[in-house]
Design a protein around this ligand. Structure first.
Ligand code: HXC
Length: 523
């Protein structure tokens, strides 16, 4: 016999609250919710449910309403003023979040909407927890005029205040237009969903009017554009479900705030594991490209690498791994793209990643195989001097434990930049096949022996003899090791155990910097 469950007593006043909440939860109503679904997007509340741990979301400010009156806004019901805010748990740890509701006036941002987001951000700062924004909005609410602009600016100010204090993550799940893109741009990581997310300063019509260029939303500011070309987006996802899974995975590598270290996990892999794959990479001919991801997988716990900005500046690879259960940031040159040379995009990508890791106490592993900076007019005119300096600045400034392994080439200025001993790499290893010198053999011989080669009866024969002499003397790690610039030359197969020991040793590292307001990174 089934027992009949008694309904809890609800007082009339509580019933009023329930009714109000039900109205808020209905968002923009069934029609607009259906339209949202038809456009391939989830609803704001569904998104929160999928992102956070089960039954952990606590909503705040659900009953906030706009006080705007122009254009009949006082007669219009705008549930939650178009944004749901609150706190929850992700992977068991607290976060603050907000989700814009496109079914309510296109998720547009009025003053009340903005102040709800600001409160959630203030709470994140007070509690020292990450803040996540789920953005789906037509931008500044036109009817609220300058109050909407002021609301955005309040958010921007808090984004900057929170920068480096708590991790900030933005998921773009619909349109993100005009100045509205600058809040996500000020956060640490931007996620976009293929096909439904768009970010741009001015839409296709304005672009056409201003420049005559024809484009659609996707070409102008879709996930592919921003992950491959502009570098605005750090992660793309095939669906919103995939996007939330990735956000949860990313958060697991991060601490809650800058005062904490990232959470360690139970090591899932043998810390003494050696690798034949790495030994084979170390035996490759000097000019032969290999997949740097394979090297990273071999070093990482469980062969797992969570890559950041996968499609942008692919000559430099960055992302998170675990080593013996600890969260580590990896920066590596990629010999398969531009031979691993550094260019403007790679420098900026690396610099930003290093800054993030340093802000949040995530140690850095640098894997070096770099022939130098990428030459050419385009790079020089584009400002490689000032923009390439960002990578150097960031490595120099970073005070987290820094372990470097020179896999193969480390030539010229790029040797210095890639976390060399001189800019305070803590432990600098090299494989026996490493080549550490001012420049590669061909270039060096052409300069050093210009006159001899010109006068020679068989310049090619002389050149190959001279190149061999140079290779024997300089294209090795031994000159650097002799001077203590490399702490140890290690067998390639032992890279994983060696770097794990180094990071374990460095756990207590603490560096005090000169007292100053802040440095002046070249921008
Ligand atoms: C008020 C807005 C709005 C806005 C959309 N809506 N954007 N209401 N202010 N900014 C309303 C629409 O009027 C409509 O209401 C509902 O939201 C859904 O919009 P649709 O246009 O029907 O949807 P869709 O066809 O999917 O197009 C979405 C869109 C388009 C591409 C986002 O709405 C659009 O272009 N909006 C304007 C984008 C923009 O230029 N924003 C201002 C940017 S400037 P009804 O009631 O008809 O359903 C900015 C400055 C920030 O943001 C400055 C910070 C420094």
């Amino acid at each position: 016999m089934s027992e009949k469950k008694e309904r809890p007593l609800v007082s009339p006043k509580t019933q009023v609250l329930f009714d109000k909440k039900a109205k808020v939860e209905a968002g923009g109503g069934p029609e607009r919710r259906a339209a949202q679904k038809a456009s391939g997007k989830l609803g704001a509340r569904e998104r929160i449910d999928l992102l956070v741990d089960d039954d952990s979301f606590e909503e705040i400010d659900a009953l906030v309403e706009t006080r705007a009156t122009d254009f009949g806004l006082d007669k219009k019901y705008m549930a939650a003023d178009g944004v749901i805010t609150g706190f929850a748990r992700i992977n068991g740890r607290p976060v603050c979040l907000y989700a814009q509701d496109f079914t309510v006036v296109g998720g547009s941002l009025g003053l009340a909407h903005a102040m709800k987001i600001c409160k959630a951000m203030d709470m994140a700062i007070t509690a020292g927890v990450p803040v996540i924004g789920l953005c789906d909005s037509g931008g500044a609410r036109i009817q609220e005029g300058v109050e909407s602009l002021g609301g955005y600016a309040e958010i921007f100010y808090r984004n900057v205040d929170a920068s480096g204090y708590v991790p900030q993550i933005s998921a773009i799940l619909g349109p993100c237009a005009g100045g509205a893109v600058y809040s996500p741009a000020l956060t640490d990581f931007i996620f976009m969903v293929e096909g439904t997310s768009h970010m741009f300063i001015t839409g296709p019509d304005v672009v056409k009017a201003a420049t005559g260029e024809t484009c659609d939303f996707e070409t102008l500011g879709g996930a592919d554009t921003h992950s491959r070309l502009s570098g605005v987006c750090h992660f793309t996802a095939g669906s919103e479900h995939d996007c939330f899974r990735q956000i949860r995975e990313l958060l697991d590598f991060l601490p809650q705030n800058c005062r904490e270290k990232p959470k360690s996990v139970m090591p899932s892999d043998d810390s003494k594991r050696e690798s034949d794959v790495l030994e084979r990479v170390g035996e490759l001919e000097s000019k032969k490209a290999y997949k740097i991801h394979e090297v990273i997988w071999e070093i990482a716990d469980g062969h797992r690498f969570f890559e950041v900005q996968k499609g942008f500046a692919r000559n430099l690879v960055a992302g998170f791994i675990r080593l013996d259960g600890e969260s580590i940031g990896v920066v590596a040159n990629n010999p398969q793209v531009l031979s691993g040379a550094l260019d403007i995009d790679a420098s900026e990508k690396g610099a930003r990643f290093i800054n993030f890791c340093d802000s949040f106490n995530i140690p850095l592993l640098t894997l070096v195989d770099v022939p130098g900076y990428w030459p050419g007019l385009e790079q020089e005119h584009g400002g490689i001097i000032r923009r390439g300096a960002k990578l150097l600045y960031s490595f120099c400034r970073a005070t987290v434990p820094k372990v470097t392994v020179v896999l193969r080439k480390a030539y010229g200025g790029a040797y210095d930049v890639m976390s060399s001993k001189h800019i305070r790499g803590d432990m600098n290893f090299a494989w026996p096949c490493a080549e550490i010198a001012v420049m590669g053999p061909q270039g060096a011989v052409n300069i050093l022996y210009k006159a001899e080669l010109k006068a020679a009866r068989d310049p090619e024969k002389l050149r190959s003899e001279l190149v061999q002499q140079y290779v024997d003397k300089f294209a090795s790690p031994f000159q650097a090791a002799k001077r203590g610039y490399i702490d140890e030359i290690i067998e390639a197969r032992k890279t994983r155990p060696k770097v794990i020991r180094a990071f374990n040793f460095l756990k207590g590292k603490k560096v005090e910097r000169l007292p100053k307001k802040h440095g002046n990174i070249p921008l």
